[in-house]
Design a protein around this ligand. Structure first.
Ligand code: PLP
Length: 371
């Protein structure tokens, strides 16, 4: 299988596997006062220090959670209390479903948020929490977060940034961005599934928990933390090499060129994007039919918006970009840290075979039972 679906989950990095396995050997609860507990607590605190340093915050301001979804939900629950919430039109469901009635900031055809609309929305001076993602999971579009943060600060609003897809793939620094909180997730950067973090700016001095429990994480998130997973999380975040982004960009662009040569339409390439991600539409062919055809040919990609039930809906991200019917006809390629030229060659061959098959059937979508 050629795995080109890293934005769903990155393959585990070897550094993360080693740290995870080593931490599994430790017995004890980090809340216990005896030496076994303290040894396990050391693992957590070392990871906290490493992650906070990598993402531009202070260790005391980093709250471990179960993943990106919980980090977003915690930020919206705690920072959004008593504030009007405004979200980007292309936010992940983790944000959309935590703030279902929030007004949205529209995007252009490359997925870039219209910051003039943000300014206008904040113009009424109401205390607000704005949620804007750093990099989009479907298109890789990178938002101008520092600019958005400056606008928010001018209007006294707080800015929560979902950096789940950006973490480990580009430089992400909470202080440099000027935002108030940042969500990250272990399995999107080559760590194991099951851990994430919410990093707070120093001015956020209290955070009402979603889960109170035993008062762990300084009362901001109850529950015994996932020690080994957190160790793997920190090791994965530290493992990214600077050469990786350029290598992935070259492979990603080669894959996109091959698809475009067969009639594919690359989406959102006019904006700065994550170097591992592209979205490619094939006019007239439903995204899920493409995903299945490529899967049968040994290549794993995803449709724009796969929800947990496995059903594929028309992408709200591509719809917000004004793509009309193409919003249901685009696949996402997201190259993992260990993608190779062979993966791209296999994708190009499979894509060509797929387009030939669909053109023989006059681009009639396959009858695929979904859900
Ligand atoms: N935010 C974004 C942008 C994502 O892409 C995802 C997952 O795909 C999440 C949040 C949720 O992260 P997790 O799977 O760690 O809960």
């Amino acid at each position: 299988m050629h795995y080109l679906d890293a934005n769903a989950t990155e393959p585990l990095r070897p550094e993360a596997r080693d740290a995870l396995q080593a931490a599994l050997e430790a017995t004890g609860n980090p809340s216990s006062v005896h030496s076994a507990g303290r040894a396990v607590r050391r693992i957590i605190e070392d990871a906290r220090e490493a992650l906070a340093g990598l993402f531009g915050g202070r260790p005391a301001d980093l709250v471990f959670t179960s993943g990106g979804t919980e980090s977003d939900a915690l930020a919206i629950h705690a920072l959004g209390a008593g504030r009007r919430i405004i979200i980007g039109a292309t936010e992940h469901d983790a944000v959309r479903f935590a703030a279902p009635k929030a007004p949205t900031i529209p995007v252009d055809c490359n997925g870039l948020a219209d910051l003039e609309v943000l300014s206008a929305l904040l113009g009424d001076g109401l205390p607000s929490l704005v949620c804007l993602m750093l990099a989009n999971n479907e298109t890789g579009t990178i938002q101008p977060i520092a600019e958005a943060a400056a606008i928010c600060r001018r209007h006294g609003a707080w800015l929560h940034v979902d950096a789940v897809q950006a973490g480990g793939r580009m430089s992400v620094d909470l202080a440099a961005l000027g935002a108030h909180s940042l969500a990250i997730s272990a399995h999107k950067l080559g760590g194991p599934t099951g851990a994430g973090a919410l990093l707070l700016a120093p001015e956020i001095t209290s955070l009402a928990p979603l889960i109170a429990g035993g008062g762990q994480e300084r009362g901001r998130r109850g529950g015994t933390p996932a020690v080994a997973i957190i160790a793997g999380f920190a090791a994965a975040a530290a493992a990214k090499s600077s050469a990786e982004s350029a290598r992935l960009a070259a492979l990603r662009d080669a894959a996109a060129r091959a698809a475009v040569a067969c009639g594919g339409v690359e989406i959102g390439a006019g904006a700065e994007r994550l170097t591992n991600t592209t979205s490619i539409a094939l006019p007239g062919v439903r995204a899920e039919a493409q995903v299945i055809a490529l899967d049968l040919d040994g290549v794993a990609v995803s449709a724009g918006a796969a929800c947990s039930s496995g059903k594929v809906a028309t992408s709200h991200v591509l719809a917000a970009m004004g793509l009309g019917p193409l919003a249901g006809e685009a696949i996402r390629l997201s190259l993992p840290w260990n993608a190779s030229e062979e993966d791209v060659t296999a994708f190009a061959a499979a894509y060509e075979r797929m387009t030939e098959r669909f053109s023989r059937t006059r681009l009639t979508p396959l009858a695929v039972p979904v859900g």
